[in-house]
Design a protein around this ligand. Structure first.
Ligand SMILES: Nc1ncnc2c1ncn2[C@@H]1O[C@H](COP(=O)(O)OP(=O)(O)O)[C@@H](O)[C@H]1O
Ligand SMILES: O=P(O)(O)O[C@H]1O[C@H](CO)[C@@H](O[C@H]2O[C@H](CO)[C@@H](O)[C@H](O)[C@H]2O)[C@H](O)[C@H]1O
Length: 434
């Protein structure tokens, strides 16, 4: 098989691929078997040892949402030991999972280098899958004498530029170390439904912050032990403000117009309607929530700009040297791409982080509530000190916290029903105290 092109799969091969996919953490239609249709194939640079890395883009016709998945694969001649258990046995060879066969990561880096990405020439170790919890697939590559790298493969691909790439690249350009350094990205075109051609991002390569702890783990430990988190929260506020400043400089800002305000408050209303259908217990608060939204709509919003869009403690990395870095600028997974790329008040990110302190304190009774309030106050202090201003009108901050909690109600009902009491309890408290 050494010189043969990547083989077309027969029906048995496709069935084996479908059976493997349904067991993967990133497969969206849990419990069902995908009906796969190939919509694109990218042959990456073959390796000297005969390995042929290939990316298949496949639509799942069994899923009414018609997702297009990225499959990272490596075809190898039989007999090699690399790549773990094969997914498919081919005539004279095997088809490996590219997340476990280091040839795949090397091929992605070769594509980026050919497109001009600055990778340097430091010797690289074989890629290993990221060990933590995630919804995509990341491959970590240690380097000698240079920063380590991580390749994140987006498993469900979408038409249009991924906001995560656009914003991380913009912030890297500012030179301010508020995000891991962006190095390059890989895109492809496909045609999932006959005529319309789609183009979207497949992977991003960035600096890997070895030994970092995510903010959720750090804050949860502090809340559980009753440890003061105000210094960390203040610094995180300052980093959030620096990220907002960088995004405004790079991607612009506009004065909010009445049309922007009615458009964005309209999105809050829709989210409330959607949450009411999955969480009827929210109905007793609906009128009061709408009242707070109306008060916010009447307040002066100031400028709008691109923001993180789903900022919470789990999106902040605490590096071993004590720095905070923000990650995962993809926006809320339950929002459309158009909503995620629309300019917004920076207060929406601030509100997201305040909600996150509430989550972290929520398991620890009155002491946890106090811990969350003190951390939130310190975060706001850090933000204001770094941005040189108090961030926006209180009516808007309250409405954005309510909107985030309403979103969380829907998110929790769908993903973690046991946790739905956290945002519901917060909504009650916010309404009571305002
Ligand atoms: N550049 C990085 N350096 C170190 N760790 C990272 C980096 N990017 C992400 N991580 C870690 O990987 C986890 C998953 O990353 P994330 O981008 O949220 O993936 P996904 O979108 O697939 O869930 C994060 O929670 C964080 O702990
Ligand atoms: O990290 P994602 O982009 O997948 O964000 C989604 O999942 C988050 C949960 O991991 C969810 O965040 C909510 O739970 C967090 C604790 O696990 C808490 O810190 C956040 O404040 C809370 O919103 C996020 O909303 C969702 O979009």
């Amino acid at each position: 098989m050494t010189d043969a092109p990547f083989p077309e799969l027969d029906p048995h091969g496709w069935a084996a691929l479908a059976a493997w996919m349904r067991e993967q953490r990133w497969f969206a239609a849990k419990g069902s078997t995908p009906r796969l249709r190939q919509v694109a194939r990218l042959d990456l640079t073959p390796c000297d040892d005969g390995a042929r890395p290939v990316t298949l883009l496949v639509a799942d016709d069994a899923d009414s949402r018609r997702p297009v998945y990225q499959l990272a694969l490596v075809a190898r001649p039989a007999g090699g030991a690399e790549g773990g258990d094969p997914i498919v046995l081919l005539p004279g060879g095997v088809l490996n999972d590219g997340a476990r066969d280091p040839a795949y990561a090397e091929a992605v880096l070769a594509e980026l280098a050919a497109a001009g990405a600055e990778l340097g020439d430091a010797p690289r170790a074989a890629a290993v899958p990221f060990a933590g919890e995630q919804s995509n697939t990341s491959l970590v590559i240690a380097r000698e004498g240079d920063r380590d790298l991580v390749i994140k493969l987006f498993r469900v691909v979408h038409h249009g530029e991924n906001p995560e790439i656009e914003l991380q690249r913009a912030l890297t350009r500012t030179g301010s170390p508020v995000v891991p350094r962006f190095i390059g990205s890989l895109a492809a075109t496909w045609s999932a439904d006959g005529a319309a051609e789609a183009r979207g991002d497949l992977a991003v390569v960035q600096e890997f912050i070895g030994g970092a702890v995510d903010g959720w783990a750090l804050a949860s430990r502090a809340a559980a032990g009753g440890h003061d988190f105000r210094d960390e929260a203040r610094q995180l506020g300052a980093v959030t403000a620096a990220a907002h400043l960088g995004l405004a400089q790079q991607l612009g800002h506009v004065a909010s117009s009445p049309t922007d305000v009615s458009g964005l408050t309209g999105v809050w209303e829709q989210r409330l309607e959607a949450a009411l259908t999955v969480a009827p217990q929210l109905a007793v608060h609906a009128e009061e929530i709408r009242g707070r939204y109306a008060a916010a709509a009447a307040a002066p919003w100031g400028e709008l700009q691109r923001i993180h869009g789903d900022l919470h403690l789990g999106q902040a990395l605490h590096a071993p040297d004590g720095r905070w870095l923000l990650i995962d600028f993809e926006g809320e997974p339950l929002r459309t791409l158009a909503e995620r790329t629309h300019p917004e008040p920076v207060l929406r990110d601030v509100a997201g982080m305040l909600r996150s302190f509430d989550y972290a304190g929520s398991a620890h009774g009155a002491a946890g509530t106090r811990w969350a309030e003190q951390s939130a106050a310190a975060y706001l202090e850090g933000y204001s000190a770094a941005s040189g201003a108090t961030p926006g009108p209180p009516e808007l901050l309250l409405a954005l916290q309510l909107d985030k909690a309403v979103y969380e109600v829907t998110y929790e009902v769908r993903n973690r029903p046991d946790w739905v009491g956290i945002p519901l309890g917060a909504i009650q408290r916010m309404l009571r105290s305002s």
